[in-house]
Design a protein around this ligand. Structure first.
Ligand code: 4NP
Length: 158
């Protein structure tokens, strides 16, 4: 089993979208029994909340609904339990590095490391912007989860 955790700040916009977009790809490939997926936020503010309606609308339009997800904050056990811990932006990554036990830092990466779109090293925080920011977020996430699944198929599921 390969375990993948997507991490953003609030766990109500970007990482729920990444979780659902990746789960859809995993299901399309028939790999549900081999890849486990979850998401979390570095911050506590939206624990227990449903996703942001703007993120939910775009995810539904694109065929990977997120309304069933609920916000949660990353916990100490997550660093042990997941194999890939993928941050949306550099601030998320820096916060993960502060908490992650030193022997497990190899698990921490930026999600966009798996994208082949040039010029987008991170998935920008869409929370304080407009609708178009969420479309860009969805485009970036979809490109990166495609690359992520092909990486996992080649490296972990042989
Ligand atoms: P997310 O977006 O990290 O993609 O879930 C945000 C959600 C909430 C806040 C910031 C970003 N906030 O400041 O409450």
């Amino acid at each position: 089993m390969v375990r993948v955790l997507f991490v953003c700040l609030g766990n109500i916009c970007r990482s729920p979208m990444a979780q659902a977009a990746f789960e859809r790809r995993v299901a399309e490939s028939g790999l549900e029994s081999e890849v486990q997926v979850d998401s979390a936020g570095t911050g506590p503010w939206h624990v227990g909340e449903a996703p942001d309606p703007r993120a939910a609308e775009i995810a539904a339009e694109r065929g990977y609904p997120i309304t069933h997800q609920r916000g949660r904050q990353i916990s100490a056990e997550d660093y042990e339990g997941f194999d890939y811990i993928l941050a949306m932006d550099r601030e998320n990554l820096a916060n993960l590095r502060l908490e992650c036990p030193s022997g497990l830092h190899h698990k921490l990466q930026l999600l966009m490391d798996y994208s082949d779109l040039p010029g987008y090293p991170e998935v920008p925080d869409p929370y304080h912007g407009g609708e178009e920011g969420f479309e860009i977020v969805a485009d970036l996430i979809e490109s990166a989860v495609r690359g992520l699944l092909s990486h996992i198929r080649q490296n972990d599921l042989q």
